[in-house]
Design a protein around this ligand. Structure first.
Ligand code: GZL
Length: 330
């Protein structure tokens, strides 16, 4: 069960002492001070990232690398698993064998983590989750999680669809990575937000959070359903951006013939919204690095921490996207 405790924002603020908001973050804390102050030895941290599947992921990786810098008291061992869970688990095992001080994981999928997390626990190495969540039998196998509320993101997108489509409407869905928390929770949230709106889901398939697969799957949807499609729910911007090429190639106008609602609010996603090719975008904040770094220091220092810290997200209409773009840092 992945019910997450919505921690008070004040707590997130306390963790991110030197962090700016969504517009970009730069740790400026004392490079040697541990979370509880005073000098501390450099912490070696292994970070098992999902891969490099999307613009969101690139921003998240950069945020983590900026935060886990030598200046901030870390030696970072980084691994990107090319969206293959077995590779990600192998990376975690390698961190354990190297005897790192802590492990951070952005878990590709929700299941399959019990064994390797037990190995980390047996080795006395604390694990912090960032971004995606997992299903585990024993929650003591990880110290804490920081990320976004995917179900709320989906619900916000679904509520926009309910408000926008009052007559019979046909929808297709580009799902994220199969078995991943954002794909599962965004679908759940969208259904909640959509409620009893007269929206029929013609088809729903994974585009693996990538532009290439988003385009390919949308081409298939267009061949099968053509002009009967009224709206696309893309579970991330990259799949929606890939779908734009397919929609245009089919002689249809994205944002008009087929409306698009997407999640992430990357720069390219907000640009598509500002240009009228997307119709509504929900943010999923990738700039988690500073909070994760502060949390790791507190966990290693043995300070008390919450089980979950949830980042704050917003949503964008076309006008809001146009206004936000100049200052957008990702
Ligand atoms: C969400 C993150 C998802 C993004 C995608 O927190 O896990 O993975 O929505 C990314 O863009 O690939």
């Amino acid at each position: 069960m992945r019910k997450r405790l919505l921690a008070g924002l004040a707590l997130v603020g306390a963790l991110a002492l030197a962090t700016a908001g969504c517009s970009g973050s730069s740790s400026s804390g004392d490079s040697t001070a541990g979370a509880s102050g005073g000098s501390a030895k450099q912490l070696t941290v292994g970070f098992a990232q999902t891969g490099s599947e999307s613009g969101w992921r690139a921003a998240n990786t950069q945020s983590m690398k900026d935060a886990f810098s030598e200046k901030n008291g870390f030696k970072l061992i980084f691994n990107a698993a090319d969206n293959k869970q077995e590779a990600q688990i192998a990376a975690v095992r390698s961190f354990i064998n190297q005897g790192v001080d802590a492990i951070v994981i952005a878990p590709i999928t929700v299941d399959g983590w019990d064994d390797v997390l037990k190995e980390a626990k047996d080795a006395g190495i604390p694990v912090v989750l960032e971004d995606r969540t997992i299903n585990v039998s024993d929650k003591s196998l990880y110290a804490s999680w920081i990320g976004d509320d995917f179900e709320k993101e989906g619900e916000t997108a679904g509520a926009w669809a309910k408000q926008t489509f009052t007559g019979a409407t046909n929808m297709v869905v580009l799902e994220g990575t199969t078995g991943s928390a954002p794909a599962i929770d965004r679908a759940t949230g969208f259904a909640k937000g959509m409620g009893s709106a007269p929206i029929t889901t013609l088809d729903s398939q994974t585009g693996n959070f990538t532009r290439a697969d988003g385009k390919t799957v949308m081409e298939g949807f267009l061949q099968k359903y053509g002009k009967t499609i009224n709206v696309l729910f893309a579970q991330n911007d990259d799949m929606g951006l890939g779908a734009l090429d397919a929609i245009t190639a089919a002689g249809l106008v994205p944002g008009k013939d087929i409306q698009i609602v997407s999640i992430d609010a990357t720069h390219d996603g907000l640009q598509a919204l500002s240009d009228g090719k997307f119709n509504f975008v929900v943010e999923c904040n990738p700039l988690l690095g500073d909070q994760v770094a502060q949390l790791v220091k507190k966990v290693v220092a043995g300070d008390p921490v919450e089980k979950a810290y949830t980042a704050t997200d917003q949503s964008f209409t076309q006008a809001q996207a146009t206004a936000a773009l100049p200052d957008r840092k990702y």
